[in-house]
Structure formats: structure tokens, C-alpha cells
Design a protein around this ligand. Structure first.
Ligand SMILES: Cc1cc2nc3c(=O)[nH]c(=O)nc-3n(C[C@H](O)[C@H](O)[C@H](O)COP(=O)(O)OP(=O)(O)OC[C@H]3O[C@@H](n4cnc5c(N)ncnc54)[C@H](O)[C@@H]3O)c2cc1C
Length: 404
């Protein structure tokens, strides 16, 4: 078990500085342009791949850190640069986490590198769970996977909604119902390899924020994949289904939920990256902007806003680091992963709103970045479990009751 420490070790500090430099020199200057263009920022992701920030090796190093802190530290800096571009760089990580969380070691080695490609040939991954009628309620997926025993193939049909990198990814990890009567316990995760017939992109969504990140529907029309693409393998799935049938709906974890639990501190780190950007910017602005003959920060109402902003950001980071450490060292007991994501995302929305207030009229225009940060922050209270769902997870964890 690693010691919990608030002092970053040399490696972590180096990674923090390295990501910060890339965020400051490459990402931040490009943020406005890609937000306006609302397109996937290929040149920036390629540059990130060239320096080794986007790629399998980087994720392997970050995940290899036993304290668990390297990943949230790196992500905070990345999203400090820009959340849309940050998401374009991190989006494949969710597919990689879906494979790592549910796959065999062989499957992990085969498919996770393909979610990233190489510096010269960048590839993407997408993790496809949500559906038009099943977002928070992931137990009600309608996408069906049926086993064709004669050909040892799975046949998948359904439509996935709001999928990051959906349709432009090379590897799609799809969660589907094998036995719908077992709800979440009857689901399994599948890898749909590059170029598989029947998988196509539906509508691309026009979004409120993180516009540089690509979000689309994914349509699965008689998608046939080899048996070996079932993550975890058939034997394990059959045993799980048998156990679930015996236990009713209460036994075992849903594959999608397991992935989301593991990634929650990372999502919290994204949110405080945005919040810190807005805090730093509005602090400098408040020192410069003069009204009634003095800098606006000389008014307690403005100075106290800034004091509260940094207090909330630091409190959120402590929750994130605790959760990231616990995830690697003993596990969550009271929904600490959810606490960290819930707190950080609500704080990011509030901090960025306060930043707009501090910038006044300028804050409301696209000439200044704070309105973009506010739009970007909002997604964090929605995806990977809404704030209400995080509260539900915490409430169930602390009570041991199945609160509805
Ligand atoms: C930009 C973006 C990127 C995304 N990327 C991905 C991705 O890569 N992969 C993927 O699978 N999904 C992705 N999603 C989907 C996202 O995870 C869902 O939108 C989210 O889980 C919420 O589901 P929903 O939209 O169906 O909302 P709903 O479930 O319909 O919820 C609507 C409201 O009701 C509340 N609510 C619902 N149930 C309860 C309850 N039991 N108790 C209290 N309140 C409740 C919710 O909190 C929310 O406020 C993405 C979404 C967006 C917008």
C-alpha cells in the first residue's frame, strides 16, 4: 500500500510541469479557435501524441503510479489548458478503461494500444453505454447482443447516444444487454474492431460546451464481431449470468458502472482544471480592473469571491486526491469517488460563474475565455453520472440501503 502524501514525488512534479507547459504553449492558445470551429482538433491531438502525452505509454505510466495521484495531477493541467481539447485527448481513455476493467490480459494488450495508435498514426477509442432512453438508468439498455453459436460470433443491434468520439473512433467498446431480463447484471462489454460493417455514426450533436470534443450517436445495425471480442470471455459471462439468475437482480457489478467508478476522480480533476483556469484569470483581472478609482479586488465583495473560489477548488482537489489514492489503495467505502466528482463539478460550475461576474460585461463576451470555461464546466455535472446520481451512490454507500 502506498503512503498517502500531499507532496508530489519528483516524477509527479515533472509530469505536472510537462503537461502544464504543453497546456500553456499549445492548448490554451488554440482553445478559442477549436471552440468556434466545433471540430475535433486533430493537429493538437497529433502534437500531444508526438510528445507522448496522447498514447498508450502515457496511460500505462499514469496508471502504474501506486499513489493514484499522477493521473488527476496531469488531467488538471490538461483541462486548465482547455476542456474541449482536453477531452479530445482524454476521450479514448474511457474506452481503454472499459477494456482494462472488463477484459482479459490478452484482450487488454490487443485492444488498448489500438485505442491510441502511434504518434504517426493516431487512433481513437469510444466507450458506448448511453442510449436515447438509458443515460442515468444504465440498467435499461436496449442494445442487444445475441450469440451466434454456429459461427462463434456476436450480433449487436441498437443505437447509442452522446458518445465521445462516436463514429470517428477506431475502437468502439459497446455495452449491450445479453439477457435483458437480468437488467444491469445481464449486460456485457464488447470490442467492435476497426472497419466492422454495420457500425455507423448517427447525428453529431451541436453542444453548449467542450465543443472541440466530438459527440455523436452510434448506430449498430447487425454488427457481427468474433466471439473473442466479448470482454472477459464467454465462460466468465456464462458464470456471471448463472449467478445473477440465482441471486435475482442483486448480485455482482454492472460492467459500465465499474468503469465509471474507476474514472470518477479523473473527471473531478478535469473540472477543477477548468475552475483553476477561471480563478487565476479572474484574480489577475480583479487586480487590474479599476472602478471607482481603485482595483475592483479592493472591494471585499470581489476579494471574498476569490477567497471562496480558491477555498472550494482546494477542497475539491483534496477529495479528488483522496479518492484517487483510495481507488488504488483499499477501495472506496463511502462513495468517495462519487464525492470527488460531485463536489468538483459543482464547484467548477459555480467558480466559472463567479469568474464571469468578476469580469462583468467582458466576462459575458466571447472576447474573454471565462464564458467558455463556464460552458465547458457544465458538462461535468452531467456526464459520467449526473450530480444527482453521485448523491444517490453516496447515499446508498453511507446508509447501506437501496435509496431510490
Ligand atoms: C458531451 C457528452 C459526452 C458524453 N460522452 C459519453 C460517452 O462517451 N459514453 C457514454 O456512454 N455516454 C456519454 N454521455 C452520456 C452521459 O453519460 C449521459 O447524458 C448522462 O449519464 C445522463 O443521462 P441522460 O442524459 O439520459 O439523463 P437522464 O438520465 O434522463 O437524467 C435527466 C435528469 O434526471 C435526473 N435523474 C435521473 N434519474 C434520477 C434518479 N434516480 N434520482 C434522481 N435524479 C435522477 C438526472 O440527474 C438529470 O438531472 C455523454 C454526454 C454528453 C452530453
Amino acid at each position: 500500500m502506498a503512503e498517502f502524501s500531499l507532496t508530489l514525488n519528483d516524477d509527479q512534479q515533472q509530469i505536472q510541469d510537462w503537461v502544464h507547459t504543453f497546456a500553456a504553449e499549445v492548448i490554451r492558445p488554440a482553445a478559442h479557435e477549436w471552440d468556434e470551429r466545433e471540430e475535433f482538433p486533430w493537429p493538437i491531438v497529433q502534437e500531444a501524441a508526438k510528445i507522448g502525452l496522447y498514447g498508450f505509454e502515457f496511460m500505462l505510466n499514469a496508471i502504474g503510479d501506486k499513489s493514484g495521484l499522477t493521473l488527476p495531477v496531469a488531467i488538471e493541467e490538461l483541462f486548465w489548458g482547455d476542456a474541449g481539447i482536453g477531452m479530445a485527448i482524454m476521450g479514448s481513455g474511457l474506452a481503454a478503461a472499459g477494456i482494462s476493467g472488463n477484459g482479459t490480459p490478452e484482450q487488454i494488450m490487443e485492444w488498448v494500444p489500438q485505442c491510441y495508435g502511434t504518434a504517426d498514426d493516431v487512433r481513437l477509442g469510444a466507450f458506448c453505454v448511453s442510449e436515447p432512453d438509458a443515460g442515468s438508468d444504465v440498467s435499461s439498455l436496449r442494445t442487444r447482443a445475441v450469440y451466434d453459436e454456429a459461427n462463434d460470433e456476436w450480433v449487436i443491434n441498437g443505437t447509442k447516444a452522446w458518445i465521445t468520439n462516436g463514429g470517428i473512433a477506431n475502437i468502439h467498446v459497446v455495452v449491450a444487454a445479453v439477457d435483458p431480463s437480468l437488467k444491469g447484471r445481464g449486460q456485457a462489454s464488447f470490442v467492435v474492431p476497426p472497419g466492422t460493417k454495420g457500425l455507423s455514426m448517427g447525428q453529431k450533436y451541436a453542444k453548449h460546451g467542450i465543443k472541440a470534443s466530438h459527440t455523436s450517436e452510434v448506430v449498430l445495425d447487425d454488427v457481427r464481431i468474433p466471439g473473442r471480442c466479448l470482454l472477459g470471455g464467454k465462460e466468465k459471462l456464462d458464470a456471471k449470468l448463472a449467478r445473477a439468475k440465482e441471486a435475482g437482480h442483486s448480485g455482482g457489478k454492472q460492467p459500465a458502472m465499474a468503469t465509471f467508478e474507476a474514472t470518477r476522480p479523473a473527471v473531478g480533476a478535469q473540472a477543477i482544471g477548468i475552475a483553476r483556469a477561471a480563478y487565476e484569470y479572474s484574480l489577475e483581472y480583479a487586480k487590474e480592473r479599476v472602478a471607482f478609482g481603485k482595483p475592483i479586488i479592493m472591494n471585499q465583495s470581489i476579494a471574498f469571491k476569490l477567497a471562496n473560489m480558491i477555498t472550494e477548488i482546494d477542497a475539491s482537489r483534496l477529495l479528488i486526491w483522496r479518492a484517487a489514492w483510495l481507488a488504488r489503495n483499499g477501495g472506496y467505502k463511502n462513495g468517495e469517488g462519487s464525492m470527488s466528482k460531485y463536489k468538483a463539478s459543482e464547484v467548477a460550475v459555480w467558480v466559472t460563474q463567479e469568474a464571469i461576474q468578476i469580469l462583468g460585461g467582458n466576462g459575458y463576451t466571447r472576447e474573454y475565455p471565462v464564458e467558455r470555461w463556464h460552458r465547458d464546466a457544465k458538462i461535468h455535472t452531467i456526464f459520467e453520472g449526473t450530480s444527482e446520481i453521485q448523491q444517490l451512490v453516496i447515499a446508498r454507500a453511507i446508509s447501506g440501503l437501496r435509496i431510490e
